[in-house]
Design a protein around this ligand. Structure first.
Ligand SMILES: [Zn+2]
Ligand SMILES: [Zn+2]
Length: 342
């Protein structure tokens, strides 16, 4: 590797992106460096880093290079790293933990409570640069058939969708309703399809998002929330809005299962009518684990499905400011920064 300096994107906190020069990193023990292939823009990047930097608490954005949903090819690895090798394409889980506590050993690095927990793009440099220093603990070899964009999206969004569906279970007997067809809703639709759901329907208020979702051949039907009544055995809210969440519950048949994946906000609903009397199982879910990220990638690759198909805008790093402006409108499919092949 001959490059010594690289451009990286950081967030001043006023809904702009800054490109600065940074040193190309080199691995310490247990680490490796990847050449970035792609780096997705996720809703939490917009909330936590881009719009305003609140800089409160140990999990706030520290001014590092952004991007927690990225993937690439290993270009340098420490001598003690054995699970992946130079030249391997890898998936990267979005948070690094201590690697030694119980939750880290279970792969749920997100829940590590040690002071060594660092989220890429928040407390340590992330994927919005052509090289990233990563802990081997957070890496898994990408499956055959995945390109760099496919692999990048597994690090957060697709993992989150897979975990949520896993929590409530989906199989060939299920009619699935996805509420909200932003990037996360599209991921839920693709994974529900891969799991063999009988039907997959989606509802979304944005006409542009409905158009994009409808073009992907993932959904049996794409529409607006209406008064169809109980049509689903499984519903997933990705909107995070009170009306979206209520709609997800109201659309369930008796014995239905529902997962809330959309972040933020609150909701009130009639507990007897929507939950108890309908025997509904309601689950929350937050991101995923390293093993489940790998399992999701394997499932999709085996079925010849490509997470990258949900990306509506592929934009180079040098145009990151525009990429964030597009993503911040929250009116499109996935937005992903892409990097030149070496
Ligand atoms: Zn994310
Ligand atoms: Zn830990």
């Amino acid at each position: 590797m001959t490059d010594t300096r690289m451009l990286g994107a950081t967030f001043p906190g006023d809904s702009t992106v800054r490109l600065d020069w940074h040193d190309v990193p080199h691995p310490g023990p247990g680490q490796l460096v990847i050449r970035t292939a792609a780096s997705g823009i996720c809703g939490s990047d917009l909330r936590n880093s881009y719009r305003e930097r609140l800089d409160r608490g140990e999990r706030s954005y520290t001014g590092c290079i952004g991007g927690h949903e990225f993937a690439g090819t290993v270009v340098e690895a420490a001598a003690d790293v054995h699970a992946v090798s130079v030249g391997d394409p890898v998936l990267v889980y979005h948070v690094a933990g201590c690697g030694q506590c119980t939750v880290c050993r279970g792969g749920y690095l997100i829940h590590c409570e040690s002071s060594r927990r660092r989220a890429y793009g928040n407390q340590r440099d992330g994927g919005h640069a052509p090289f990233v220093l990563v802990d081997a603990l957070t890496c898994v070899r990408a499956p055959e058939g995945f390109d760099g964009v496919d692999a990048a999206l597994l690090g957060c969004g697709f993992g989150t969708a897979y975990e949520g569906l896993g929590r409530i279970g989906v199989d060939g007997r299920d009619d699935v309703l996805v509420v909200g067809l932003g990037p996360l809703g599209l991921a839920v639709g693709m994974i529900a399809r891969a799991l063999g759901a009988r039907t997959v329907r989606g509802v979304e208020l944005s006409a542009e998002r409905r158009l994009w979702a409808g073009s992907l051949a993932l959904f049996d039907e794409v529409g607006v929330p209406d008064e169809d009544g109980p049509v689903a055995t499984v519903s997933v809210d990705t909107s995070g809005s009170p009306t979206g969440r209520r709609f997800a519950l109201r659309s369930l048949r008796t014995w239905g299962r529902c997962a809330f994946l959309g972040e933020g906000g609150e909701v009130t609903f009639d507990v007897s009518e929507e939950l108890l009397h309908k025997e509904v199982t309601l689950s929350g879910s937050w991101v995923t684990s390293v093993p489940n990220m790998a399992a999701c990638a394997r499932l999709l690759a085996e079925r010849g499905m490509h997470p990258g198909a949900t990306v509506q805008h592929r934009i180079p790093l040098t145009d990151a400011d525009r990429a964030y402006r597009v993503a911040a409108e929250q009116n499109t499919g996935k937005v992903c920064l892409v990097f030149d092949e070496p």
